[in-house]
Design a protein around this ligand. Structure first.
Ligand code: HEC
Length: 131
């Protein structure tokens, strides 16, 4: 009789373990929910990947982070401030090349004369996607 009780207990444990793995499946479904889909889209956007590569090669990330203010404003804040119009993209690309100050505070952004206008515009397009 005792043997049956032990078997019963084991069956119970196995059932609990199976329940646990079902919960994990639900987590996975949440990861691919529509709320996170735009992030996946961004990584296939050529403006995003090109700009990210250029920003990574330059010194931008010593002063800027995507979500937090560092020495310069968070890229997310910059993206929220400006519409991605041709005018704004040219204006901001000019600031990367020539430097800028007074918009976000008194600390100036150093000029980047070695960055071409084309590359600077690609960096701005990337930044303005980070809303
Ligand atoms: C030495 C630190 C530093 C580096 C390096 C730097 N930035 Fe900045 N950046 C700043 C600061 C400070 C500001 C805010 C300037 C202001 O208030 O007008 C700024 C502002 C900006 C803005 C917003 C300009 C505006 O007028 O609103 C953009 C876009 C930007 N940076 C992009 C870049 C990119 C791309 C790079 C790399 C090529 C870069 N930054 C490198 C410090 C830096």
């Amino acid at each position: 009789m005792k043997k049956y009780l032990v078997l019963f207990a084991i069956t119970g444990l196995v059932a609990a373990a199976c329940g646990g793995s079902e919960e994990k499946k639900e987590d996975k479904a949440a990861e691919t929910s529509p709320a996170t889909a735009p992030v996946a889209d961004l990584s296939t956007n050529p403006d995003y990947t090109k700009g990210l590569e250029l920003v990574g090669k330059s010194d931008c990330l010593t002063c800027h982070k995507v979500n937090d203010k560092l020495i310069g404003p968070a890229y997310k804040e910059v993206a929220n401030k400006y519409e991605a119009t041709d005018e704004n993209i040219s204006m901001l690309a000019g600031k990367i090349i020539k430097g800028g100050k007074g918009v976000w505070g008194e600390v100036p952004m150093t000029p980047h004369p070695q960055v071409s206008e084309e590359d600077a515009k690609a960096m701005v397009k990337y930044v303005l996607l980070l809303k």
